[in-house]
Design a protein around this ligand. Structure first.
Ligand SMILES: Nc1ncnc2c1ncn2[C@@H]1O[C@H](COP(=O)(O)OP(=O)(O)OP(=O)(O)O)[C@@H](O)[C@H]1O
Length: 490
């Protein structure tokens, strides 16, 4: 009305001083958080975090709610509807949140959200709490929103089997492909000594909460784990349990399909925080042949292996088509490794002695964990998992046999698994006992055969020495004959 009936100068005067008068009489401050800010089409991180925070609080207090499916989860989240207002309390201070939406001024169809078609939240609070709200309350809301997102999201298992491609809009698509990570392993079901389990869990939890500590000591926020031990001792299961404990994503890096160091760096940059980057069987990946070694190769002396690895690394460096040891070292703790933060890097190997010491030194691989053959304590965990049995008279015999044989938890688990509906706990335990007794007999037989072979070899060597001695004696006698008789004996 003013604009229509009053001259321009008067309306400008009202505009200018109206605000001042209102702010003098109305001591409240408002902050707006827009859903889309700037030129980007990505939703603002602050808006999304606030939405999650308010969704957790407003579903109890707001009267009009809307239900949205959350990306990457199968759940619905209830949040306050547009033009709804709720109150929140922080350290005894009351604040008001309102959700609003600007109505479009023009009617047009657009693929992207329009400038004038945006939602935003408005936070109102009393002027005297300005410092507390802007400095402390807002960080609290954002942190809470982020942690709700972490709790709600579906975790992913990534692998780098995808070729680098370009999207229709000219952007480079990611080199990781993923599936939903649903491994059920946990530290509770992991067959391992209770003390070791507790140590690892404490270490992981301390790491995940140590952002400020890492910043204080000037170290990138990451931690390296080296899991070593024979096949079937639970290295992969341990990684799944770690991911489930920390609620992290898993990046399973297949090193043999990485073209070169540059590609390795690109892959690293594309990983997100709160993730575990896994390189399984690092000893096999590092021989740079692109193949897992066969059993014959595996028996080669560790020293020879290390030389072979070094040679392969040198060759790889010349044609520039493979990942080199130095590329891998840079991947773990070079400058690029610090981007993002909150990453756990895990290497697994069956042959610790084959690895270059530079690769596994402390600082790179901070914690070395040996996964060994099944101990009695580990067996008890498996018996509880598979049979729901915590004690049994057959346990004494099993403890004895575990001390005498090298059986992996995978073998023990396989024997404990009922093969038919009729099989009960006791028959499964008996099945395990007979498997261990067979293994014990087989080991004794193998040792006997080894002893026999050694004996045979020794005998052969002795016989050869005897023959050589005899030959030498004959030659000596012949040369004596020549000297004494002056005749040449042929
Ligand atoms: N410590 C363990 N606790 C519980 N289950 C285990 C354990 N070790 C092995 N298993 C069982 O054995 C199977 C094989 O274990 P896993 O793949 O984790 O062994 P691994 O050490 O990673 O073997 P590899 O070196 O061949 O990759 C798993 O599916 C799991 O059911």
């Amino acid at each position: 009305i003013c604009k229509q009936y009053f001259p321009y100068d008067i309306t400008r005067f009202f505009d200018r001083y109206g605000h001042k008068i209102v702010s003098f009489l109305y001591p409240y401050i408002q902050i707006t958080f827009h859903e889309y800010s700037g030129d980007g089409f990505d939703r603002g991180t602050a808006y999304v975090a606030i939405q999650r925070y308010l969704a957790a609080n407003s579903s109890v207090t707001a009267r009009r709610l809307k239900a949205d499916p959350v990306k990457d989860t199968e759940t619905l989240v209830l949040s306050m509807d547009d033009h709804e207002e709720i109150t929140d309390e922080y350290q005894g201070i009351k604040v008001w949140w309102a959700s609003s939406m600007t109505m479009p001024k023009t009617q047009s169809i657009s693929f992207y959200p329009r400038e004038d078609d945006k939602r935003f939240y408005t936070l109102s609070f009393h002027n005297k709490y300005r410092d507390l709200i802007t400095k402390s309350y807002l960080s609290h809301v954002l942190a809470q929103g982020k942690s709700i997102a972490v709790k709600n999201r579906q975790r992913k298992l990534y692998t780098n089997n995808k070729k680098e491609t370009w999207s229709r809009y000219g952007g480079r698509s990611t080199m990781w492909s993923h599936v939903v990570f649903e491994h059920p392993a946990s530290f509770e079901t992991l067959a391992l000594e209770a003390k070791t389990k507790k140590d690892i869990m404490n270490d992981l939890i301390t790491f995940s909460k140590a952002k400020d500590y890492y910043a204080k000591v000037g170290k990138a926020w990451k931690r390296g784990y080296l899991l070593h031990g024979p096949p079937g001792t639970g290295k992969s299961t341990m990684i799944a349990a770690m991911a489930n404990l920390l609620q992290y994503d898993v990046y399973d890096l297949e090193l043999t399909s990485v073209k070169d160091n540059t590609e390795l760096r690109k892959l690293l940059i594309e990983t997100s925080g709160k993730s575990i980057i896994v390189i399984e069987d690092i000893d096999c990946s590092l021989d740079l042949t692109g193949q897992r070694k066969n059993n014959k190769d595996k028996d080669v002396e560790a020293k020879d292996e290390k030389e072979a690895v070094k040679k392969a690394v040198e060759n790889a460096g010349t044609d520039g088509s493979k990942v080199t040891l130095s590329g891998l070292l840079n991947f773990i703790d070079g400058l690029w490794s610090s981007c993002g933060g909150e990453r756990v890097i895990v290497f697994t190997t069956n042959y610790l002695e084959k690895l270059d010491p530079a690769l596994i030194r402390r600082g790179r691989m901070d914690k070395h964990i040996e996964m060994s053959y099944c101990s009695f304590e580990a067996f008890k965990v498996l018996a509880k998992n598979y049979l729901d049995v915590e004690s049994h008279q057959l346990f004494t015999r099993i403890e004895e046999l575990l001390g005498e044989t090298d059986m992996t938890p995978a073998d023990v688990a396989e024997n404990l698994m009922p093969k038919s509906a009729e099989e009960d706990g006791e028959s499964c335990l008996n099945c395990l006992i007979s498997a261990m007794e067979d293994a014990k007999v087989a080991v004794a037989k193998a040792e006997e055969e080894k002893l026999k072979a050694e004996e045979k070899e020794k005998h052969k060597v002795e016989k050869k020495e005897e023959e050589m001695k005899q030959k030498a004696g004959e030659e000596l006698a012949a040369s004596k004959d020549v000297k004494e008789n002056g005749a040449l004996v042929i």
